[in-house]
Design a protein. Structure first.
Length: 361
């Protein structure tokens, strides 16, 4: 029987200013989907009668509601998989909340809608009443942890491993289209191309070496892969987190140490001294309640995010990515005296002197 596959929705390609150097484009292509390290990702499960999709019943023209609500056993599988990722010691934390307005990740269980997830920060573009992740088949009865681990991998910013340009896979394209057009997936040619046959750019891939053991690798039956020859009989990943999966998330989200944060005082710039891919973490304790601007200066592409600490936990307040424009990342936020805010700056790329600084004013 053909495996049931994760089906990512096609997103518009990001628009970057023309004329950017290749190294800047590469850094932006990879980094734009990743969270800043130290983020607490809040997740919730849809649980109300109104949490449903309206679909058209084939052949009838009638519509009916299909619930997004999953049973407690289903939810427990998802909770356990969040813990498995977090137990790697990554600098990202997962916390379940009941209020969807506080959740970056909103999880549904609509049967027949496939399993999928927004990739990394793309979740922030999705409305609060909509799902950022769905599981379209029973998880608890089948013990299907690999699907859940896979979708959480997407939520952390990982992409499909079989689409890596370093895999060297030569497909029998028409055999792939035919396989995925049948049950249980029933995919269109466009969906199959986007999720299987399309090659990622080298800067988008999870690593510079193909990992056929990755949790982000699909299993494939025989007759679809022509090359490499050893996979003509099928590709069968174990469905667990591989060593390369762990290395990837620990590289992007290293453990956050107990050391103190740099202090960001209004009207005083703080030099960052960052290299590409590195991050600085600072704290603001505003002397008065008012609207503030937080900005990065220098010859670099960066993302800046401000969190407000609530009961010792950082909650996303505002973020800005300069997107490779000639202008540095800058955001405005209302900060309240007596509260504590954490500013996280991650550098994508730099040029010239490479010197960057951050200021609050």
């Amino acid at each position: 029987m053909t495996a049931r596959y994760c089906s990512l929705a096609q997103q518009p390609a990001p628009a970057y200013p023309p004329g950017l150097a290749a190294e800047r484009l590469g850094a932006l292509a990879c980094g734009r989907r990743m969270w800043v390290n130290g983020t607490v990702l809040h997740y919730c499960f849809f649980d109300g009668d109104s949490d449903a999709s309206v679909i058209t019943v084939p052949g009838t023209g009638r519509t009916r509601r299909v619930s997004w609500v999953g049973g407690e056993e289903q939810r427990d599988v998802v909770r356990a998989c969040f813990r498995e990722w977090q137990d790697l010691g990554i600098g990202i934390a997962f916390t379940e909340v009941g209020d969807r307005s506080e959740a970056e990740l909103r999880i549904g269980f609509q049967a027949g809608d496939g399993s999928w997830s927004a990739v990394g920060k793309d979740a922030l573009r999705i409305g609060l009443t909509e799902r950022t992740m769905n599981f379209g088949w029973e998880l608890a009865a089948s013990g299907d942890r690999c699907t859940v681990l896979h979708e959480i991998g997407h939520a952390l910013g990982m992409l499909h491993e079989h689409q890596s340009p370093f895999a060297g896979i030569h497909w029998d394209d028409e055999a792939v289209y035919a396989e995925l057009a049948g049950p249980p997936n029933h995919w269109s040619r466009d969906r199959t191309y986007f999720n299987v046959l399309r090659k990622l750019e080298s800067d988008e891939a999870n690593g510079t070496v193909w990992d056929p053991q990755s949790i982000m690798e699909y299993p494939f039956p025989s007759g679809l892969v022509l090359e490499p020859e050893q996979y003509r009989g099928g590709l069968h990943p174990p469905g667990t987190l591989s060593a390369a999966d762990k290395e990837f998330v620990l590289r992007w989200y290293p453990p956050t140490g107990p050391g103190g944060l740099l202090e960001l005082v209004p009207f005083r710039s703080v030099p960052l001294g960052l290299g590409p891919g590195e991050q600085a973490d600072l704290v603001i304790e505003p002397p008065e309640t008012r609207d503030y601007t937080v900005g990065v200066f220098g010859e670099g592409d960066a993302v800046v995010v401000v969190f407000e600490e609530r009961e010792g936990e950082p909650r996303f307040l505002a973020g800005r990515d300069d997107g490779g424009t000639p202008y540095n990342a800058r955001l405005a936020a209302r900060l309240v005296k007596g509260r504590r805010y954490v500013v996280r700056v991650r550098l994508y790329s730099s040029w010239g002197s490479g010197e960057t600084a951050v200021m609050c004013w």
